[in-house]
Design a protein around this ligand. Structure first.
Ligand code: NAD
Length: 508
């Protein structure tokens, strides 16, 4: 299928990846463009248009114009469109996975995995009528009933990161749209095509033009949305410093805002755990998607005396991993850009300087792919000091640190003292210890013998501390609440006996 993201221009060259405004691809002002790379080949394959102020205006105006009719369409019809979108997505997700792999670099099976997790939220949105039900209290005063409704906000903005070009936007837009809002999505400029593909599919599913808009761009587009008076709410996912900026700026402009930030996720391993299961889990959660996951495990906290044995088992498994082009039969692909690859690799030098032990050095990797690809192999660093930047900073790459502690209490104290609180996991066969951990650890998402505890769509996703600014998490009941506002109605149906003037509050 030829789509607007691979349309050639008159001279046969590929046109820049466009915005999606009013149900059509739009290049807008297109005075600025950005490079889009194929990370496995290490070369620029496309350009993407970067919005200026007039593009922001056009995107928001289109979404605003679509809102009244969309809000008034019956919930049953809105859900039916989501249902058709789910069916189309399920049938065609292979195409989307190829797009993701070609711009992000993750292996195809992992790209399909992220689409499947996003699809869960679409499925949740097909049953939104249940979650939008109000409350009703009869006869709260004589002949007076009170009831509540949940109504959409209007135009809502979604700003997403590079690492899940499909899933993260799907955490938000299915619920926002099914609830009656119109959406402007600003995807990452590093992998912008997936969003346009999704726009085309939503149109095919019957979504009216203007209900889903894609605004391509960088800080100019983001700031335009944060400051625009017609944008009522912002959902953001990205690094912590930007999340904090988004939260403060959007709030200052009177918007509802949820801003999900970075992470540093610990896996606490108690001495009674099954170390083969732990080693498998640490490798899967540490190196899947080249560690470019906000729920990746980046620190293994080993309660002695098991650290030596565990490190040996992880090292053994790393030796069996195939690194290469995600379109081939590989376990792990490249990093997203050369700049990011080099930044991640620089932490290996920091580790050495800080006296840690580099057990496996990913810079030595031999990848099954183009030599120009942004390769960095799985890296295992033992005896990492908690004062080292390798421990304190989010690296966001295939670097797994091991910190050794003497007791469960030391491990929990370490996790609770960190800046981030996104995800964590405990590995143990002791149910009492696991239950104690779940009560004591100060983190938003917890795995018990599950290394990447991403909750299913019926629950809500989000961390604590610097991993989430705002009080609403993504999807589940918190997502529904975020994208709707409540009205309370007090009703009395009068007959002539109710006449008379009384300036006081009614008593009964
Ligand atoms: P990023 O913060 O660089 O970019 C995220 C979005 O913000 C992009 O759309 C980008 O265009 C925009 N942006 C970047 N700089 C900006 C600026 N100065 N002003 C305004 N907007 C700006 O993040 P990234 O590198 O794309 O993604 C990786 C980060 O996202 C990691 O820190 C990761 O932990 C985090 N993340 C968090 C979650 C979560 O659920 N908490 C999920 C996925 C990713």
């Amino acid at each position: 299928m030829t789509t607007s993201i691979d349309a050639p221009d008159r001279d046969g060259a590929l046109t820049p990846i466009p915005h999606w405004i009013g149900g059509a691809p739009v290049t807008g002002a297109a005075e600025r463009t950005g490079d889009v790379f194929d990370p496995a080949r290490g070369r620029v394959t496309r350009q993407v248009v970067l919005a200026d102020a007039s593009d922001v205006e056009a995107a928001v105006a289109s979404a605003k114009a679509a809102f009244p009719q969309w809000r008034d369409m019956s919930l049953a019809r809105r859900q039916a469109i989501m249902f058709r979108f789910r069916e189309l997505l399920d049938a065609r997700k292979g195409e989307l996975a190829e797009i993701i792999t070609s711009e992000h670099g993750k292996v195809l099976s992992d790209a399909l995995g992220e689409i499947t997790r996003g699809q869960e939220v679409v499925e949740f949105a097909t049953g939104l009528a249940h979650h939008l039900k109000g409350e009703y209290s009869e006869q709260v005063s004589t002949d007076v009933d009170v009831y509540s409704l949940r109504q959409p906000l209007g135009v809502v903005g979604i700003i997403s990161p590079f690492n899940f070009p499909a899933m993260v936007s799907m955490w938000f837009f299915p619920i926002a749209i099914a609830a009656g809002n119109t959406v402007v999505l600003k995807p990452s400029e590093k992998d912008p095509s997936a969003a346009v593909w999704i726009g085309e599919l939503l149109k095919e599913a019957g979504l009216p033009d203007g209900v889903f808009t894609v605004l391509q761009g960088d800080k100019v587009a983001v700031d335009g949305l944060l400051e625009h008076p017609d944008v009522r709410a912002i959902s953001f996912v990205g690094s912590t410093p930007i999340a904090q900026y988004i939260y403060e700026t959007a709030a200052r402009h009177g918007k509802r805002v949820q801003a999900l930030g970075g992470a540093k996720n610990h896996m606490l391993v108690l001495p009674d755990a099954d170390l083969d299961l732990v080693a498998d889990s640490a490798v899967n959660a540490g190196f899947g998607s080249a560690g470019e996951r906000c729920m990746a495990i980046s620190v293994v906290v080993a309660v002695e005396p098991i650290a030596d044995e565990l490190v040996a088992k992880v090292r053994e498994r790393i030796a069996g991993l195939r690194i290469g082009d995600g379109r081939r039969s590989c376990d792990m692909g490249p990093l997203v850009t050369r700049q990011h690859r080099d930044k991640v690799a620089s932490y290996i030098d920091i580790a050495i300087a800080d006296g840690a032990e580099v057990v496996v050095d990913g810079r030595d990797v031999v990848a099954d792919g183009d030599p120009n690809g942004f390769w960095l192999g799985p890296t295992l660093i033992d005896r990492v000091s908690t004062a080292s930047r390798v421990y304190t900073e989010e690296i966001f790459g295939p670097v797994l640190a091991v910190v050794r502690v003497a007791s469960y209490e030391d491990g929990v104290a370490l996790i609770n003292s960190g800046a981030f609180g996104n995800g964590t996991a405990i590995f143990t066969n002791d149910g009492g210890a696991a239950r104690r951990f779940q009560r004591e650890v100060e983190v938003g998402m917890i795995g018990i013998n599950v290394p990447i505890p991403v909750p299913v769509a019926t629950f809500s996703f989000g961390g604590w501390r610097q991993s989430l600014f705002g009080d609403a998490k993504a999807h589940g009941s918190e997502g529904v609440k975020f994208y709707t506002q409540q009205k309370a109605v007090t009703a009395r149906w009068l007959d002539p006996s109710h006449g008379g003037v009384d300036l006081g509050f009614p008593q009964n």
